[in-house]
Write a protein that binds this ligand. Sequence first.
Ligand code: C2E
Ligand code: CA
Ligand code: CA
Ligand code: CA
Length: 274
Amino acid sequence: AKAAGKNCAVAFHPDMDRDESHRRYLERELRGALINGEISIELQPIFSADGQRLEGAEALARWNHSYRGRILPVEFIPLAETSGLIHQLGQVVLRQACRAAARWDGPFVSVNVSPLEFRRDDFILNVRAALEASGLPPERLVLEITEGVMIENADHALHAIRAIRALGVKVALDDFGTGFSSLSYLRKFELDALKVDRSFVTDLDNGAEAATILHCVVNLGRALGLSVVAEGVETADQARFLRAAGCHRMQGYHFGRPMPLAGFEAHFGLAPDG
Ligand code: C2E
Ligand code: CA
Ligand code: CA
Ligand code: CA
């Protein structure tokens, strides 16, 4: 066995991906975590562009490991995807997110969907079941998909997006601009929102070219009638620029970090009935 030393986090170092027995060990741990309720969500606020109104929250998966502490998605989502556990994990997150938002008066909840989940035939059924179990009105659920879903099987993706929107659920294209995006996708796939990837926002600090690109991306989304969300907004300067550029919504550390449910509700005065 490899000596992990005092820093247990080393057990998750990507270099060990090639270590098959270690991968299987982690997979067993994740399977256990799903059964034991170690997977929960944090919620990150999404504000109106003027920063005045809480419009919704993105649900982000967290693994609260019994002795390793908190493990972030960058480490366990890929593992969940290669092991097939992503379907179970996605369900856990979706149900927690819907149950949470059903308690609130107004804000939507936005849930990340892996392309692997999205292409499964039972996905829509699971979404409908989560809505019914929680009582959340469908129009207060947003599903965040990535360009990946469109590349593999565009016909199926289009069909699935239509079925989701027929339920009344909204669909957002996440990490926009980072993938292989052909602009034709944007027109073909009937989306509600577009999330401009954080890298574009970060780039703003590096000069005029980045600002020009960002203007184009925002205008493109607006021209297609989509709600444009900027992610990874970390400074007041970025927020000012993005608002002037025409973004509808803002998300990022400047507006609030992901928080556990209880803290999120307390901070924003939601669910006063507890
Ligand atoms: P994402 O969907 O792009 O989510 C936004 C990520 O950016 C989150 O990281 C969030 O904590 C982080 N973030 C938000 N604002 C800022 C900011 O101002 N600055 C910086 N530097 N970062 C910011 P997190 O929670 O570590 O999640 C990483 C990725 O893991 C997500 O990226 C998403 O792709 C994936 N993920 C998270 N939860 C789920 C889930 O339930 N299902 C699936 N399939 N994927 C998930
Ligand atoms: Ca997302
Ligand atoms: Ca994103
Ligand atoms: Ca991202």
